[in-house]
Design a protein around this ligand. Sequence first.
Ligand code: DQA
Length: 147
Amino acid sequence: MKILILNGPNLNLLGFREPHIYGGATLGDIERLVRDKAAQLGVEVEFRQTNHEGDLVSWIQDARGVFDRILINAAAYTHTSIALRDAIAATGIPTVEVHLSNIHARESFRHQSLIASVCVGQVVGFGTASYTLGLEAACNVNLKTKG
Ligand code: DQA
């Protein structure tokens, strides 16, 4: 099984960025944790980050026929991007949404995820473990494709 792991804007600044909210781990640390978990689960992962919405849309489109699952932390685009939502819906690749922080316990503008309804599920609020829990979910859960 091949899983595409996508990270949106400002996640390249993890470790430095608001550590009281996001913790001290860098994106490189998260990639290492995810690769360790993927090795345990016997799955292949590709890990990417971009600050550009269009990159995420193109990567999701291009995942068709290449990846079996997508794990995405769309960061701020979670709350704004109909384009991302439409790309996930269009490809139909089972997608798991993750966030380091509990978006539902923060500012009201973070409570809405525009991608949640087309994702299989959401793992939020567990820090770096949101990624490893999300990876396990993507591998093991009996996934429906669309909301
Ligand atoms: C985030 C939550 C988003 O609201 C925020 O814009 C981020 C990070 C998280 O992982 O907690 O950039 O996706």
